[in-house]
Design a protein around this ligand. Structure first.
Ligand code: PLP
Length: 357
């Protein structure tokens, strides 16, 4: 099987797995204690969590605190709901459902359009009642990189806070410097599933959304030291290996453009994550392609929209007609994807697509 769905999730880095295993904690282990307990074993577990927090902090700018959450969705909910003081929330037209649906739950969000390349316009007019502006760092469906810092400047002039969903950018790109809150997820950067984090700039006050002890200050619930440790190691590896990962992704991207000659690329080819290839072919039946290429793991548009039958709001926002959006596939590679795997996948996909014509 060939895995080309790294925007949906990534495999666990072996180094992260090694860090996690001793922390899963059977009765003979001294490491199963609750990290919030004040006794010696609890303090050992807490030390693991705090080391992980320092490592995860490498993903963010200086001058803020990191709260662990159960996912990026939770981090985003905490940021949006926890900072909400009335007023309006502005979001880009291509935000993930975690941002879109949460903003919609609080009222009618102001939508910041994107151009045909899939890039939001940072010169947008923000009405005075805007309290929060949300712009993702990298889009999950088409991989375009957004002008977060430029929009943040504008938002701050208008008196609004800024949330950046950096789930697809963290560990691949330097973090935005001017956001007030940044949400990330471990499982998109070779860490474990079930843990995310919210970075909050010093001085920004949030109302906790999950009460019950507030072990994380902003959030209640017993932390899982194994997940924290895996996340910490994955974050450190991503930051330290960023250039190597980017170079590898770029080499695969360059080859992919040759292999998928005849397909149309969605979104900017330059201002983007080169590990994400969103391509379309007129008239392509994506469901049939998936069933003909079961050995290749890829996605129709976005994993979340896959199978829902709904046209992707991201592909609509860049101006694609519903038929064009529905003939789109997304391929995503990463640190462990080899050139041979990409070539073999392209051969199968191209062959199956040619059989449809
Ligand atoms: N934001 C973006 C851009 C994503 O791609 C995802 C996951 O697909 C999320 C948020 C949600 O992340 P999590 O799975 O940690 O809740």
């Amino acid at each position: 099987m060939i895995y080309l769905d790294c925007q949906a999730t990534t495999p666990l880095a072996p180094e992260a797995l090694d860090a996690m295993l001793p922390l899963l904690g059977g009765p003979d282990s001294s490491l199963f204690a609750n990290p919030h307990s004040p006794h010696r074993m609890g303090r050992q577990a807490a030390a693991v969590v705090e080391l992980a927090r320092e490592r995860v902090a490498m993903l963010f700018p200086a001058g803020g605190r990191v709260a662990f959450t159960g996912s990026a969705c939770e981090a985003i909910n905490l940021a949006i709901r926890g900072s909400y003081r009335g007023g309006r929330v502005a979001i880009s037209a291509i935000e993930h459902a975690a941002v879109l649906e949460t903003a919609e739950a609080l009222g009618d969000p102001l939508v910041i359009p994107v151009d045909a390349e899939g890039i939001a316009d940072p010169r947008v007019n923000l009405p005075g009642e805007t309290g929060l502006v949300c712009l993702m760092q990298v889009n999950n469906e088409i991989g375009t990189v957004q002008p977060v810092d430029a929009l943040a400047e504008r938002a701050h002039q208008a008196g609004a806070l800024v949330l950046c969903d950096a789930v697809q950018g963290a560990g691949k790109f330097a973090p935005p410097q001017h956001a007030d809150m940044i949400a990330v997820s471990a499982h998109k950067l070779y860490g474990p599933k079930g843990i995310g984090a919210l970075w909050v700039r010093d001085g920004v006050e949030l109302t906790p959304q999950i009460t019950g002890g507030l072990q994380e200050g902003l959030r209640s619930g017993t932390l899982n030291p194994a997940l924290c440790a895996g996340f910490g190691v994955a974050a450190r590896l991503a930051v330290e290996g960023m250039e190597a990962d980017r170079a590898h992704a770029r080499a695969l991207w360059d080859r992919a453009l040759e292999l998928f000659d005849g397909w149309t690329v969605n979104g900017s080819q330059t201002q983007r994550n080169h590990a994400n290839l969103s391509i379309r072919k007129d008239g392509l039946d994506v469901a049939r392609l998936m069933s003909d290429c079961r050995e290749v793991m890829f996605s129709a548009g976005s994993a979340c929209a896959s199978g829902s039958g709904k046209t992707s709001h991201v592909l609509s926002a860049i101006g694609l007609a519903p038929a064009q959006a529905k003939s789109t596939i997304r391929l995503g590679w990463g640190r462990y994807t080899s050139m041979e795997e990409l070539e073999a996948a392209a051969e199968r996909l191209n062959y199956a697509a040619s059989q449809q014509g």
